[in-house]
Design a binder for this molecule. Sequence first.
Ligand code: ADE
Length: 222
Amino acid sequence: MRIDIISVVPELLESPFNHSMLKRAQEKGLVEIVVHNLHDYASNKYKQVDDYAFGGGAGMVLMIEPIEKCIQALKAQRPYDEIIYTSPDGQLLDQPMANALSLMGNLIILCGHYKGVDERVRQHLVTREISIGNYVLTGGELAAAVIADSVVRLLPEVLSDETSALTDSFQDGLVAPPVYTRPAEYRGLKVPDVLLSGHAQKIEDWRHEQALKRTRERRPGN
Ligand code: ADE
């Protein structure tokens, strides 16, 4: 899989992709993540990528020209399955959406910024708009990192067997059951006996019951 991210603040994306699971996935050649600086596609010498909104109003709007140039340059090199725009009013990211995106080959994520992007970009250049929650971030970079993380960890071989995504919260519509580690007792706080019993079937049944209980309590709609 390849993910191209278009941003006006590419520095914001350096850290998330250079550590831990996302870094290992790239090193193993399971995913290629490339961040593009939108300013490199600006046509004037000031590298301007935004301008005042027609009709007035506070805030700058990202211009269509550099975005179109960047997307065209990428599309000339390979086909893309989706061109995603990050926006608080997009479709809410959830596990089924992450699963679906993880089955795709090449993705572009265009990070929103400032007061938004020229509407013609949304109408004609992007194929999907995604929000990571009903709150407003200063820009789409953190949202792009969240989307990429949720997708890349689902790619075959990214996670080891022990951390397999199959046992994640939401993978089966349920949230994950509680987990414990050593010591078995800490200041009088005990680990449930069943987990120390060594009885695999009983442990599995207990975990399933706990997952059902937690889902009822925390996500009653699920
Ligand atoms: N940009 C600003 N807020 C956002 C959000 N909640 N989701 C996606 N992109 C955003």
